[in-house]
Design a protein. Sequence first.
Length: 146
Amino acid sequence: MNIYTIGFTKKNAETFFKFLKESNVKTLIDVRLNNLSQLAGFAKRDDLKFFLNELCGADYVHSPELAPTKDILNAYKKGDMPWETYEDKFLNLMSQRNIEKNVTPALLDHGCFLCSEHEPHLCHRRLVVEYLNEHSDLNLKVKHLF
């Protein structure tokens, strides 16, 4: 099953939506804790819903259960927690939440996880895909769009 990931930073709207359209993304799965931030520009929840439908014929789903807690995220952003600790805490959180039991194949097929980070290597969207591949039989083939 094909799955994509994308971050909205360091991209203008044209590039962002072009990536999604060319990849035939059917559902953008927003894995951000806060999807209403003024800093998000075109990637705010209501704007995304509109643009996705109009430009890509895609749906929008907010999945905060696939996001870290505010405490984990803030500690990492402030530099109080190294990436390795953040990764460990987030993987444990996904396990506690049993996300593999709540994420359906229909949602993920040609879906795309959205977060803010430009590249996936230091972003939780990559960890979500890796966790699902390890704890389910979904066999997700990931392509990071950046």
